[in-house]
Structures are given as structure tokens and as C-alpha cells.
Write a protein that binds this ligand. Structure first.
Ligand SMILES: C[C@@]1(CC(=O)O)c2cc3[nH]c(cc4nc(cc5[nH]c(cc(n2)[C@H]1CCC(=O)O)[C@@](C)(CC(=O)O)[C@@H]5CCC(=O)O)C(CC(=O)O)=C4CCC(=O)O)c(CCC(=O)O)c3CC(=O)O
Ligand SMILES: NC(=O)C1=CN([C@@H]2O[C@H](COP(=O)(O)OP(=O)(O)OC[C@H]3O[C@@H](n4cnc5c(N)ncnc54)[C@H](O)[C@@H]3O)[C@@H](O)[C@H]2O)C=CC1
Length: 197
């Protein structure tokens, strides 16, 4: 069986500078999910043409729109770039320019030209679950996202908040705290999984 070897991280995108190249349907899709998960994401876009739906969303979230063809000067100060144009050589140029500058890059419809993939995302209060199919089936990622949105209870955040409060009241060194928290929560998982804490 293949194995997904991607390493997920949870980025503070309000503190990072993200550029989206292109302003069409794919740009809109990527921007929609980015802002749905992270409404304060710091994003700029560059494109000679923006679709009306893209403009509407970008304006709502104060996203900077540069009406221009891409050139590498737009990469200055960026941490991450997503290329979504309908011009393959432009997308590939973005990829190479980013690699040269060690900026993380995603060419949305071209997995070999991605340092990272966007995932399916479920958010319930402080809890967030990210889903990847290793780039093999975005539709499956979407369906799994919908499934988990349904089955993860809305009050999962109460558990997180209560345990956070409880954690503050526990005395002792780090190891004792870990032990107390694990003891307190072991009923949440099956007996046979207990060894893994
Ligand atoms: C590799 C990756 C790179 C990246 O974009 O980061 C990628 C690539 C491609 N997407 C394509 C198409 C579609 N993408 C979606 C939807 C989503 N795609 C997302 C992520 C990713 N898409 C990354 C892998 C994630 C993973 O590891 O699983 C999601 C999860 C997150 C997001 O977009 O933010 C979001 C769901 C969000 C949600 O609903 O929760 C749908 C479904 C739909 O719209 O109904 C379709 C149409 C149906 C289909 O083709 O499956 C194509 C084919 C293009 C072509 O046909 O030419 C490629 C290129 C290829 O596969 O070669
Ligand atoms: N729409 C979709 O759901 C899917 C699209 N694709 C592919 O993804 C690509 C993009 O598709 P769409 O977003 O639908 O196209 P689109 O036509 O809606 O958007 C393309 C965008 O790229 C911009 N662009 C073109 N040259 C540029 C440059 N030099 N610098 C900056 N921006 C530039 C255009 O101004 C436009 O905003 C296409 O190659 C398409 O075949 C693949 C799968 C699904």
C-alpha cells in the first residue's frame, strides 16, 4: 500500500505573506478555502484579469489585488505562493522563481510543481483537522471533510476548553502533569489503545 509521507503543519497565515498568482476560478477556489479556515490570512494577488466573484471575495477580506502580469518582483517578502494561472509556462516560471528564493510554492493543478498541498479542512472551535490524500484524489479529501464536519461534535471545543482550565490547576512537574492529564482522559479512547496514551 502507498503511504502518505507529507508532514502536516498548522501555519499562522495571519503572520505570513501569501501571494496568489492568477484571479480566475482556481484562484477563487484556493482563496475561498484559505479564508474559510483563516479569515485573517494575509494574502495578495497578481493577475491581469480578476473574475467578478474573485473580486467580491477579495474586497470582503481586504485582499490586495495587483492588476498586472506576474513578474518575480511580486515574490519579494513572500513566504508562500500559489500559482493558478491558465498559462502553464507562467505557472512553471513562478515555481522556479520560488525555488530559487526558497519560497514555498504550490502550482494548484500540477502536483509535481508543489512543495505543499492545500488540504481538506474541518474546524470546530479550537479543533482543526486537515485531510490529504497525497494529492491522489481531491474529491475524496472534500468528501472526508464533509464527513468529519458531520461526525465531530460541535461541543468538542468544550472538552478542549475544560481541559485547558484543568491543566492550569494541576500541580507538579511536567511529567506529573502529563500523567494526570492522560489518566483523566483515558476514557475517551478504547482500552486497547491505552498504551499509546
Ligand atoms: C494536489 C492538490 C494541489 C493543491 O491544489 O494544493 C490538488 C490538485 C488538483 N485538484 C484538482 C481538481 C479538484 N480539486 C478539488 C477540490 C480540492 N482540491 C484540494 C486540494 C488539492 N488539489 C491538492 C491535493 C489534496 C490532497 O492531498 O488530497 C482541496 C482539498 C483543498 C483546496 O483546494 O484548498 C479542495 C477540496 C476542499 C474542500 O471541499 O474541502 C475538486 C473537487 C471539487 O471541486 O468538487 C476537483 C475536481 C475533481 C477532481 O479532479 O478530483 C486537479 C485536477 C485538475 C484537472 O482535472 O486537470 C488537481 C491536479 C491533479 O490532481 O493532477
Ligand atoms: N476551473 C477549474 O476548476 C479547473 C481548472 N484547471 C486548470 O487550471 C488553470 C486555471 O483555470 P481557471 O482558474 O478556471 O482559469 P481562469 O481563466 O478562470 O483564470 C486564469 C487566470 O490566470 C490569469 N493569468 C493569465 N496569465 C497570467 C500572468 N501572466 N500572470 C498572472 N495571472 C495570469 C488570468 O488573468 C486569469 O485570472 C487552467 O489551466 C485550467 O485548465 C484544472 C482543473 C479544474
Amino acid at each position: 500500500m502507498d503511504r502518505n509521507e507529507l508532514y502536516p503543519v498548522f501555519l499562522k497565515v495571519s503572520q505570513l505573506d501569501i501571494l496568489i498568482v492568477g484571479g480566475g476560478n482556481v484562484a477563487l477556489e484556493k482563496l475561498t478555502f484559505l479564508l474559510k479556515s483563516s479569515p485573517n490570512a494575509k494574502v495578495s494577488m497578481v493577475s491581469p484579469m480578476f473574475r467578478p466573484e474573485t473580486i467580491a471575495l477579495a474586497e470582503k477580506f481586504n485582499i490586495e489585488m495587483h492588476i498586472d502580469h506576474y513578474n518575480s518582483s511580486y515574490l519579494e517578502g513572500r513566504h508562500m505562493v500559489v500559482a493558478t494561472t491558465d498559462n502553464v509556462p507562467v505557472n512553471e516560471q513562478v515555481y522556479h522563481d520560488c525555488r530559487e528564493r526558497t519560497i514555498l510554492v504550490n502550482v494548484a493543478d500540477n502536483p509535481p510543481f508543489c512543495d505543499f498541498y492545500m488540504g481538506g479542512i474541518v474546524t470546530k472551535g479550537n479543533v482543526k483537522v486537515a485531510i490529504s490524500t497525497n494529492g491522489k484524489s481531491p474529491t475524496t479529501a472534500k468528501r472526508l471533510r464533509q464527513f468529519f464536519e458531520d461526525v465531530i461534535p460541535d461541543n468538542i471545543d468544550d472538552l478542549v476548553k475544560n481541559l485547558n482550565e484543568f491543566r492550569k490547576t494541576i500541580k507538579g512537574d511536567f511529567e506529573e502533569k502529563v500523567q494526570t492529564l492522560n489518566e483523566f482522559t483515558k476514557g475517551l479512547v478504547n482500552e486497547k489503545e491505552e498504551d499509546e496514551n
